[in-house]
Write a protein that binds this ligand. Sequence first.
Ligand SMILES: [Fe+2]
Length: 509
Amino acid sequence: MVKWLNLVISLQILLLPSLVVSCNPALAQHQAAKQNNDFIVKPYLQLGLEEKSDASAATVVWFTSNDTHKWSVLVQAAHSNEKAGKAGKAAIDAKDAKDAKATKATKPTLEDERPADSILERLVALPGFSSPIKKYTARLKKLTPGEPFSYKIKRDDALVFSATATARKTAAQPFKVAIFGDCGENSNGQKEIAAEVFKAKPDFVLIPGDIVYRHGLYSQYLTNFFPIYNNDQPVPMMRSIFSVGVLGNHDIALDGNATNFDKHNDAMAYFLFWDQPLNGFGTKYGEKNTPPIAGAENKQILFKKSVGDAYPQMANFAFDYGNAHWTVLDGNYYMDWSDEKTRKWLIEDLKKAQSATWRFVTFHQPAFSIDLPHGNEQRMRMISDILSKYKVDMVFAGHAHCYERSYPLVFSPKAERRFSMAADGTVDGAFTFDRNFDGITKTKPQGIIHIVTGAGGAKLYPQGSPSEYILKYDSSDYSYTSMEVVDKTVSIKQINTKGKVIDQFTVTK
Ligand SMILES: [Fe+2]
């Protein structure tokens, strides 16, 4: 186990002069968890910080008090039964070897339990904390892609947590994704969608921004997020299903021109809780196209030391899952997607992804939306030329608390000029629509389909009507997008809290 002693020492020095006793109920809950030796956040699955996608690896993250316990992780990976019977392998149910032998032909076989490949321990002391807590990050390797695995977490040799999951899929394996944004408001709608998604057993969950209301705070994750998606019952989802988060406007603290730690001292928890590939365009603190922070210098230092390289790197990244390449972008107000550096990175990323069967892009603020509050916020139209040129198939956004599906469309700068954004946020350009695509018999779209799936839990927007570029609009209920990818066929369903399909279509290649 790697101990980050320097970090521990420097954080403790920083904390001494600024002990903060908070009366925030979520932080009180976190204090109680610390005293009771409980998890502050129970284990959950992440892609991990590694730049390169690896279908045989997974990251498990959990949070505890700043204790002195020895934590360990045991992993047991399954493989399909053609490999069964190899020397040194244990049967799936070691307690009943006879039965395991009898069922060997049909059940997957589990390898012997083995320790996680690494466990990192990081001291976390956000500006609002009265004392530090610990973040543990275990990396599990040599899983069999697409096959089940289980992991157990021990504290001083006592088993304190276990879960089962399915390893990531390779390009040869079909997969299913659930997508919903604008969720962490602790509403009944959020809980109903969480239950529907968990029931559907996707391979991973994608949240295109506004993960936690209203300011993306650590304390808000403890009340509005983990208790809904990673509880013991009824939705122990995040411990067994990978999840991917995208930075939305409510995931920064909405303090004006910068997230201000003097106003929100446990802000920007996105960079603490998510462990996602650090393979974006290499931005650094204070640089352009970086989520800006403000407030007392010692608070900024505490935040940066607590989250490490995740800030500001993790705002933009890319990964492969199955036969698809996924590009995750920051669409917030400080981002300039006409900037050469950001565009170059996006172009290079999509160029490298040309061999993938599918290319999907996700960001929070939709490029094409007819919702009233955000219809003029068209910043992300600035990359439309790149998305078209490098054959992106679909874009998933949130921000508008509804469901919207566009016609397949191509959006180009007028008269060959580059896009530019007007003072009111609009981006002018020329549309070409594919109105023949019906997703049933005509399934090869000429253009990109843009989906807004922001009905994940926050208060729904008023019902709108289809427009020139929006084919479907629904905000009559909370909903999520279910996407199944089988080789060259993508089947999309939009499903509401009653499990009812409110829109569906198929795309083929
Ligand atoms: Fe938003």
